[in-house]
Write a protein that binds this ligand. Structure first.
Ligand code: DP6
Length: 338
């Protein structure tokens, strides 16, 4: 039997940084789901003898990648109690991304949401019904979260909230929930252009970064700030306030990097080009009065966030100025979707 699907990456506006227990977030986060940056995955499964072992054959972009395969195998073993049929089949997984490695686009979000959705589809195909939650989206999101926290937000189109917040009634630490139905139309066509400033491997993985929050003396203040920002951004997303959303997104990005600089050991993931681009974006916004803002994940690349009605102006700005700071002039035009 075979399942084939694709799942998108997402870009967080309120950042998840710091976790507890079994991959639960220390604060609620919200992200836009992307449309172009996707993982395509095929899962084939063949019955085998149940020997309480996971058997996996994994290819990424047609090649064996031992590190990825080992990570997926560990993950499958970790959820086999809840999905015991995983011991009854040999799994063949073929995966590839539509975007380059180290592009500053979260490949774990697209790949792990693709994987969890494949598993939930597989469960349905073989008649397994013992799910933890009632809806398919909740189950996909729950199993994605256990693989990589940010991946649980990718199972919804438009935008998703993950983590308990007093500002959203059905929010949960266990799985993400849909936010797009409440979102103003301007954000349904919002643009995210990722400037590829450096293709270098990250010097700290997200997982290691999260654990550094445990001893960060600023952590309690950060979690309180995230909750406050969540209240503000949800109102702005509903009202279509592009400037407020942009201001909060920038504050969150700089806070994330500030927290890394304040960790022990400290990490500086921004490059001189990141700082230059931030300066240029701020100046351009001031000069033109147009709502172009940025966000950044745990790396040097800059995501430009802007409404579709200024697409042409922003593309001109990229061509004439920002492109000079991109590695080999590379950038990716993506947008909210899913
Ligand atoms: C900076 O979801 O990659 O992108 O749960 O350990 O897999 P793990 O971490 P991950 O962390 C993402 C951190 C972030 C912010 C965000 O997407 O919210």
């Amino acid at each position: 039997m075979s399942i084939s699907l694709q799942s998108p990456s997402n870009i967080a506006l309120i950042k998840y940084w710091g976790k507890k227990g079994r991959q639960e977030p220390q604060n609620a986060s919200i992200s836009f789901t992307l449309s172009q940056s996707v993982t395509q995955m095929e899962l084939d499964f063949l019955p085998k003898e149940n020997n309480q072992k996971i058997e996996l054959d994994f290819l990424f972009a047609g090649e064996r990648k031992e590190k990825f395969a080992a990570k997926i195998e560990r993950y499958l073993a970790s959820v086999a109690n809840e999905l015991p049929f995983l011991y009854d089949y040999k799994l063949f997984i073929r995966s590839q991304n539509s975007f380059p490695h180290s592009a500053g686009i979260a490949s774990s979000a697209s790949s792990m949401s693709a994987l969890s959705t494949c598993l939930v589809e597989m469960a349905e195909e073989i008649g397994f019904e013992d799910y933890p939650y009632t809806t398919q989206a909740q189950n996909c999101s729950y199993f994605a979260r256990l693989a990589s926290g940010s991946a649980c937000r990718s199972v919804y189109k438009g935008a998703a909230i993950w983590g308990k917040t007093s500002y959203w009634a059905d929010s949960s630490n266990e799985y993400a929930v849909d936010f797009s139905a409440a979102m103003h139309s301007v954000f349904h066509t919002y643009c995210d252009t990722v400037l590829l400033l450096s293709a270098q491997e990250k010097s700290v993985s997200s997982t290691a970064g999260h654990s550094l929050m445990e001893n960060n003396p600023f952590a309690p203040a950060r979690y309180a700030q995230a909750e406050e920002n969540m209240g503000l951004i949800l109102s702005a997303l509903k009202a279509g306030d592009v400037d407020k959303v942009g201001e909060i997104a920038e504050e969150e990005a700089l806070t994330l990097h500030g927290l890394m600089m304040l960790s022990r050991p400290a990490f500086i993931l921004l490059s001189p080009h990141s700082l230059k681009v931030i300066e240029l974006v701020k100046n351009w916004r001031k000069d033109t009065g147009l709502p172009l803002y940025f966000t950044i994940d745990a790396g040097p690349n800059i995501h430009l966030l802007y409404p579709h009605y200024i697409y042409n102006e922003v593309q001109d700005f990229i061509q004439t100025e920002l492109k000079n700071y991109c590695q080999n002039g590379q950038f990716i035009n993506d947008k909210v979707g899913g």
